[in-house]
Design a protein around this ligand. Structure first.
Ligand code: PLP
Length: 502
């Protein structure tokens, strides 16, 4: 018998099954669902090492989604982690110098969001059936670039679902934008918003909280849900690859019994690193969790000072998926730091929305001892891509380069000699405008990223011999199907019009 795990809101006393949490996305009180108790730690890690990615996914997801049958989970896992990934390993590990890179970019949109978003539609439709829902599910998503396409690819033409994506106009890479505006499917709506990612995300959260909108949509047989990383159905599949990486490293003798692995994660919304924290709690041999930020270093300052303060300049960087000042998933960590007290969590979140900042107590700070943090400037990020290519002929995208630079700094400054897993979150071919000049520099050539993304991709291939992923070549010449642009305060109208379109 598996122990049953229920989910509770970080801001209230609401308790629901995992299926209910997945179809709702966010709790009605505005909080995020968290497991009421963590599953028992995995006792036999060595046994896991004999399984492949899908086998480990079934095992780990089964621990969290206890109201799903084993067959249901297996069906979701098998439908998600198949030939859509360009390698049967799904999440390959590369040993580069002293570090291991966990490549999470082998799915259909070549960023780590595929790890969760290729399974979420299956979990969502299975959960809706379980909950006896008859309405269409309308997925509402704000994206800093990668979530949007991964969610579109996952939900396009999935019966019983529709998906509306909002991205910050001019705030995503050319390849990211091309990926979204060329998306096919009869149930998709893609709109650029005049604002940055935080504006778009705040706009989406408002729509979720808007009862009048909810009631009107319900009358039309439509129910809103979320594919953002606030959905527990995204977080749980992300725990899997940390367990998988540890099991693989143990099987290959890279990690001895009892040895701990540090993990460095390029962080934006705090979903990926939170999954590592959960993996650690269920027994993955993880030591330090190193949170890597780009120039938008709100999390770095939080870990250093105990103050979360979003009142600061917002920068567009070469790692746009980390250009975030409100890291939604941090609330789940805060909830655990306040001793799972919803009152205390609510008070801090109310401060965040009222004055844009909050301070944590010394007691809370003391519970953060497994976290470390660092940031990389734009110059450091490019230099890291050049360095790693020059020394190892290994290509990093800018997000991964932020993590790699932070991992090096951490090792140097702390003297911590534990092995380091660096989470590699996007294909270098998604961000050729940054990667190509950095590689040219490493090769002693003049840096000139001329032409569009496709010309840059061909130049990068000529220089490195790394294959251009089909996800990029397929985009060339694909027709633009979505040209909508709206102001933040018109997002509701856009959603209403889309819902009406049926
Ligand atoms: C989304 C994303 C991140 C940030 O992940 P979070 O879970 O939001 O912290 C980092 N890198 C890439 C390439 C991403 O797409």
């Amino acid at each position: 018998m598996r122990e049953q795990i229920l989910y509770r809101s970080t801001r209230g006393t609401d308790r629901v099954t995992s299926a209910q949490a997945i179809v709702s996305g966010i709790a009605p009180d505005g909080g995020l669902y968290v497991p009421e108790t963590m599953p028992q730690p995995i006792a036999d890690f060595a046994a896991l090492a004999k399984k492949d990615y899908r086998g480990i996914a079934r095992e780990v997801m089964g621990l969290f989604l206890t109201d799903f049958t084993e067959e249901e989970i297996a069906a979701c896992v098998d439908a998600a982690y198949d030939e859509k990934f360009d390698t049967p390993e799904i999440a390959p590990l590369a040993k580069v110098g002293e570090n291991f890179f966990l490549e999470l970019y082998h799915g259909q949109t070549i960023a780590f969001k595929d790890m969760a978003l290729s399974i979420l539609p299956h979990l969502m439709t299975a959960a809706a059936k379980k909950c006896g829902l008859t309405e269409d599910i309308l997925i509402l998503t704000a994206t800093s670039g990668d979530t949007g396409k991964a969610a579109l690819a996952g939900f396009a033409d999935v019966p019983g679902t529709r998906i509306a994506v909002f991205f910050p106009q001019g705030g995503v890479s050319p390849v990211q934008e091309a990926q979204m505006v060329t998306q096919t499917g009869g149930n998709v709506c893609v709109t650029a918003v005049r604002g940055n990612f935080d504006d778009a995300q705040t706009g989406v959260k408002k729509l979720f909280a808007d009862r009048a909108l909810g009631a009107d949509l319900a009358a039309q047989g439509v129910r809103l849900s979320s594919a953002n990383s606030i959905n527990i159905g995204r977080l749980v599949p992300q725990v899997v690859y940390y367990v998988y990486a540890c099991a693989r490293l143990m099987a290959e003798g890279e990690l001895a019994p009892g040895e701990l692995l540090n993990v460095c994660v390029p962080t934006g919304n705090f979903g990926n690193i939170l999954a590592a924290y959960y993996a650690r709690q269920i027994g993955a041999p993880i030591g330090k969790l190193v949170c890597a930020s780009n120039r938008n270093r709100v999390l770095f300052d939080f870990f250093r000072n105990g103050t979360y303060d979003r009142n600061r300049e917002f920068y567009l960087t070469s790692s746009p998926s980390m250009d975030i000042l409100i890291s939604s998933n941090l609330e789940r960590l805060i909830f655990s730091l306040v001793g799972e007290d919803p009152e205390a969590d609510r008070a801090l979140m109310a401060e965040l929305s009222a004055r844009g900042a909050y301070d944590i107590s010394p007691d809370m700070a003391a519970r953060l001892e497994m976290f470390r943090s660092g940031f990389a400037t734009e110059e450091e990020t490019s230099a890291e891509i050049s360095r790693v290519w020059g020394e190892y002929q290994y290509l990093l995208d800018p997000h991964t380069a932020v993590a790699s630079a932070v991992a090096e700094k951490y090792r140097r400054e702390s003297g911590d000699a534990a092995k380091m897993l660096i989470v590699s979150t996007a294909s270098p071919y998604k961000f050729t405008g940054t990667v190509l000049p950095a590689v040219q520099k490493a090769e002693g050539k003049e840096a000139e990223a001329a032409g569009d993304g496709f010309a840059q991709a061909r130049a990068l291939k000529a220089l490195t011999g790394w294959e251009i992923p089909a996800a990029v070549t397929d985009l060339e010449g694909a027709p633009v199907l979505h040209r909508g642009v709206c102001d933040i305060d018109r997002m509701e109208e856009t959603v209403r019009a889309f819902a009406e379109r049926g």
